[in-house]
Design a protein around this ligand. Structure first.
Ligand code: GLN
Length: 474
């Protein structure tokens, strides 16, 4: 058992200068932050009436740039919002502030959360701390890279189709996508409202748990939230039977090997393994992209240069202003999705696309009802590949979408899921994903804890823990 970093010291008056210098040095390579300003972060105070605690007192953390932090920019990685400063903080952020956490900055992301590499950001490039020629994953790539490079012990991200779990998996850290409704979305710039949740990226399980317990709550400002106390785990976390997704999963060799190894570990730990298949799995991606783009086309309508967003220097009339604003403000991937979303929703065609996707969604929920009537937890891959290269050597946008098949199941069903780092193959992290019934996040933490003693992951070679002699992983 190695010592944990004393993160409180990093922002204490004596340590702050050294911390800032070290983060800047590291982040010049990784590019995880869009805005980094610990002194300003220290001045952030909870505004709303929240109960203050000292749970996370003095601990630095980072926030994905589609989650509001008062007096910091809120760009969503887009030219459209490049200069927008948030007048308020998200509920999840307020709760961490009330627990004493100190926000040090905002992290890079795929534009409006649309992507799996963070390369669709219009405002910067983020690289994987394990290999700078590789992507950090996305869309919460900045948050995952910041945690993996040891710049902060945890960061907030958002997961609409895998955007917390996949970058966490690429960077060798934990990534939690909570149950839909467990964490308030107030202050999160919406991409696909029925699918997305705010989630947590962390290098150590205790932080993951502490932060999740801090931010989960019913919120009157988001009426899709529920009180977790109403949903106690019928098993009280007693997990003995694990379903394992089997069949031809199309995994790269390094990923397949890690997956098989975890299965072995589970057996060795005494879990009963039940091989399972998800009949609707092949339909998850088409359903996800139909629903996500439909919701995005409506949610992004507000960015038109009048209500919000980039305003062109000159236009003849309001129509031209809106057209120029959106043409200049949005990147190619966002435009593609708005068009797709508008297409699937156009009148007379809803039955063919949107309603069909909703039916698939319901059928997938039934698949999982069946799964969890037989087992206590469910093991599946996160992504078919390890971190891929920037640019042409990597996955093209279509391949990236197809590869979302494992992660999107949790968003379509609303179930909680946790990406767990398990090792390194070919110099890059590998990992797996567990899912659990709604509001049973504790089972996921329990599984992570049991596996951890057997499957260990080191530090990225160039980014050892911030303080010499202390390691980030307990
Ligand atoms: N790769 C998915 C997409 O591009 C994930 C997005 C997300 O979770 N924000 O839509």
């Amino acid at each position: 058992m190695t010592q944990q970093i004393n993160w409180k010291e990093t922002l204490a008056d004596g340590g702050q200068k050294a911390y800032i210098a070290e983060v800047k040095k590291r982040d010049a390579l990784v590019g995880s932050f869009l805005e980094f300003d610990p002194p300003r972060g220290k001045m952030a105070r909870p505004q709303a009436e929240v109960q203050t605690t000292e749970e996370l007192a003095g601990i630095p953390f980072a926030i994905k740039d589609n989650i509001a932090l008062r007096n910091f920019k809120l760009t969503c990685g887009s030219k459209m919002l490049a200069h927008f400063v948030s007048p308020y903080s998200a509920t999840a952020v307020e709760k961490i502030l009330a627990a004493g956490g100190i926000p040090v900055g905002k992290t890079n992301m795929d534009e409006f959360g649309m992507g799996s590499s963070t390369d669709t950001s219009a405002l910067g490039t983020t690289s994987n701390p394990w290999d700078l020629t590789k992507v950090a994953g996305g869309s919460s790539g900045g948050s995952a890279a910041a945690v993996a490079a040891g710049l902060v012990p945890f960061a907030l991200g958002t997961d609409t189709g895998g955007s917390v779990r996949q970058p966490a998996n690429f960077c060798g850290v934990y990534g939690l996508k909570p149950t839909y409704g467990a964490v308030s979305r107030y202050g999160l710039v919406a991409y696909a409202s029925s699918l997305e949740t705010i989630g947590v990226v962390a290098r150590e399980i205790p932080y993951l748990e502490k932060v999740f317990n801090t931010i989960r709550d019913q919120d009157e400002k988001d009426n899709t939230t529920a009180d977790w106390r109403d949903f106690s785990d019928p098993k009280e976390g007693e997990v003995t039977k694990i379903g394992v997704l089997t069949g031809s999963l199309g995994l790269d060799p390094g990923v397949a090997e890690a997956y098989a190894q975890v299965r072995q570990e589970l057996l060795a730990l005494g879990y009963e393994i039940v091989e399972m298949q998800l009949p609707m799995l092949d339909y998850a991606v088409p359903a996800y992209y139909t629903i996500a783009t439909a919701e995005a086309s409506a949610n992004l309508a507000r960015f038109n240069g009048i209500r919000y967003g980039h305003r062109p220097v000159y236009s003849e009339n309001p129509e031209e202003l809106v057209q120029k604003s959106r043409d200049e403000g949005f990147g190619a991937e966002v435009k593609l999705r708005i068009l797709l979303g508008t297409y699937v929703l156009r009148s007379g065609f809803q039955d063919q696309f949107y309603l069909r996707a909703q039916k698939i969604r319901t059928a997938l929920v039934r698949d999982f009802d069946k799964v969890f009537s037989q087992v206590d937890g469910f093991l599946l891959p996160v992504f078919p590949t390890q971190a891929f290269s920037h640019g042409d050597g990597g996955l093209d946008p279509f391949q990236q979408k197809v590869a979302d098949k494992f992660t999107t199941t949790a968003n379509l069903t609303g179930l909680p899921a946790l990406a767990i780092p398990t090792g390194v193959s070919g110099g890059l992290p590998t990992g797996v994903q567990f899912m659990a019934p709604a509001f049973c996040e504790d089972r996921l933490f329990g599984l992570a804890r049991r596996l951890k003693s057997n499957l260990t992951l080191g530090e990225p070679p160039e980014f050892p823990a911030l303080y010499a002699g202390q390691e980030g992983r307990s």
